[in-house]
Design a protein around this ligand. Structure first.
Ligand code: BTN
Length: 267
């Protein structure tokens, strides 16, 4: 349907700068990981932010913990470097950045692919029709001249899973698989960046509706899950996400809130 070198898979850096809040784009044909490049670049340079690192091919994409992120041609893989203070975001609000980014991606996907079920899988995945379409990896970058966050985003756009093993097709999807339409990656990215900027402004303004929207999008609510948090493995029924971004679980010993961890099983 789409050749790997199709123009729609190429990102137009000038247009991204013109049509979004991003001020600088570092574009690589191939790179190990856009997050690693962003972290390294900001360590060694006084980078002007907001900076975006993009690539057509990642050879060692990273997920949360020790996970890898594997993506083929047509996926959107990028890392955004921001100084939260520039957006008026205080350091105590950083833990909410992941869900805020996730919500922004949900809203962008709603616009790009109408009438699909787009949900947040706490803490940092986006699902479309109960399959993973996006992963987010947020890391703390350099602190000079001001603290930065590196927001890594991988969205399955034109990379179809149609030929992938059944086990993978059951858990992952892409925009092209869901809609049958090939997308222009630059347009997808500009939509995502626009939503990101709008949702970040809501976080800055302490908009209470923001948390209500995370809650409404929670894919795990009512499901029995296993959460790995450090050395602990906790099982319980998900009660949703609270206003602080914590996952609420009904466990055999009572109701608990968790601010981090990996969901290892979903019943
Ligand atoms: C996850 O699912 O655990 C998070 C995946 C994050 C993948 C993106 S792709 C762009 C950026 N660079 C990386 O190495 N990882 C993130």
């Amino acid at each position: 349907m789409l050749a790997a070198d199709d123009a729609r898979n190429r990102l137009d850096s000038d247009r991204i700068v013109r049509e979004s809040f991003v001020e600088q784009v570092r574009s690589h044909e191939t790179i190990d990981s856009t997050n690693d490049d962003a972290l390294e670049f900001c360590r060694n340079n006084l980078c002007s932010v907001p900076l975006l690192v993009v690539t057509s091919r990642q050879t060692a994409g990273r997920g949360r913990g020790s996970n890898q992120w594997w993506s083929s041609a047509g996926a959107l893989t990028c890392s955004l470097v921001i100084q939260p203070a520039y957006f008026g975001i205080a350091e105590q609000q950083w833990p909410k950045a992941s869900l805020t980014t996730g919500l922004a991606i949900c809203l962008a996907l709603d616009t790009l692919a109408r009438q699909q079920e787009v949900a947040l899988k706490w803490p940092n995945d986006v699902w479309m029709n109960r399959r993973k379409i996006c992963g987010i990896l947020i890391e703390v970058g350099g602190r000079r001249p001001a603290p930065t966050l590196v927001i890594g985003i991988g969205i399955n756009v034109n990379n179809s899973f149609a030929g992938a093993p059944d086990e993978l097709q059951e858990i992952a999807t892409s925009l092209v698989d869901t809609t049958g339409t090939v997308f222009d990656l630059t347009e997808v990215l500009i939509e995502v960046l626009g939503e990101f900027e709008r949702q970040l402004a809501r976080l800055r303004d302490d908009d209470r509706q923001l948390a209500a929207e995370w809650r409404a999008r929670c894919a795990l609510r009512g499901r029995f899950v296993e959460l790995e948090a450090g050395r602990q493995k906790i099982q319980g029924t998900c009660l949703g996400i609270d206003a602080d971004g914590a996952l609420m679980l009904q466990t055999p010993t009572g109701q608990e809130r968790y601010f981090g961890g990996v969901i290892t099983q979903i019943g």
